[in-house]
Design a protein around this ligand. Structure first.
Ligand SMILES: C[S@@+](CC[C@H](N)C(=O)[O-])C[C@H]1O[C@@H](n2cnc3c(N)ncnc32)[C@H](O)[C@@H]1O
Length: 254
């Protein structure tokens, strides 16, 4: 089969955080496939390049469409925000391959990494991911709330720094409050919590709070939540937000 499919991540928002490899793949594509909000971030391509935008909820369907285009011999790029392998389209493409036309297994399929929101958010706050960490999506669209609670509890008991993706949406406004209520029973009240909105863009906003008194009312779909481990600490600064970091050694301040 001559068709090619590349699943790319545009990074967290700013064009300067899209990798050169992703920019090249976008420029060479005959067809771009993706959620319309992400496609809108892609600069105009060469004449004749086609865009196939769809709604956010139809990931596997969109992946099948992309694979059919590639099977026709097109050079297809599937677009995700951040990194395409983190709660995004790369898995949907492989799920479609595994369950779809056996001929799709012969296609040239590549994944081109991007800067995931967690890394852009952490860099804005300082270095909170300096120790062991984990990432959990709070969306229960694709898994049960019981699974999410089990993973939050395991992460808290393991004293990981926790990155929460998809902390809230208009349809799911209450889940971040439920997650904090659970974590408050398992972690110290002075645990540092960071809310980073629009990380990696000029509109970035950072709020640093403590778990015991946390106010999550401003959280939305563009927010990444970072919850420190017991080692995560702040360095105060005159007239500026403190830096937040997690020391590399667990013996640093013990
Ligand atoms: C479906 S996930 C996609 C993640 C994406 N593939 C990535 O690697 O960043 C969408 C969630 O990522 C987070 N997110 C994406 N871009 C962000 C940004 N610029 N700033 C903060 N959070 C962001 C938010 O939690 C959002 O609800």
């Amino acid at each position: 089969m001559s068709g090619k499919i590349t699943v790319v991540g545009l990074g967290p928002g700013g064009a300067d955080l899209t990798t050169p490899a992703v920019a090249s793949a976008l420029a060479e594509a005959t067809d771009l496939v993706g959620y319309v909000t992400y496609l809108d971030r892609v600069p105009a391509g060469p004449a004749g390049q086609r865009r196939h935008g769809s709604d956010n909820r139809v990931e596997v369907e969109r992946a099948r469409h992309a694979l059919s285009l590639a099977a026709e011999g097109r050079t297809v790029v599937v677009v995700s925000g951040g990194d395409p392998g983190v709660f995004a389209m790369a898995s949907a493409v492989f799920e479609a391959v595994e369950t779809g036309d056996p001929a799709w297994r012969l296609l040239d399929i590549r994944v081109e990494p991007g800067v995931t929101a967690m890394l852009a958010a952490a860099a804005h706050a300082g270095a909170p991911l300096g120790g062991d960490f984990c990432a959990i999506s709070l969306s229960d669209n694709l898994k049960s709330w019981a699974t999410i609670e089990k993973r939050l509890e395991a992460a808290a008991r393991g004293d990981f720094v926790i990155a929460l993706y998809n902390p809230a949406s208009k349809a799911r406004p209450e889940q971040i409050g439920r997650a904090f209520a659970l974590l408050q029973t398992l972690k110290a009240p002075d645990t540092i919590v960071m809310f980073v909105r629009a990380a990696g863009t000029p509109d970035v906003q950072l709020s640093i709070q403590q778990l015991g008194s946390v106010d999550a009312s401003a959280v939305d779909m563009r927010t990444l939540v970072l919850i420190g481990s017991s080692a995560t600490r702040t360095i105060a600064r005159e007239g500026a937000a403190p830096w937040v970091y997690t020391p590399r050694s667990e013996r640093a301040f013990s």
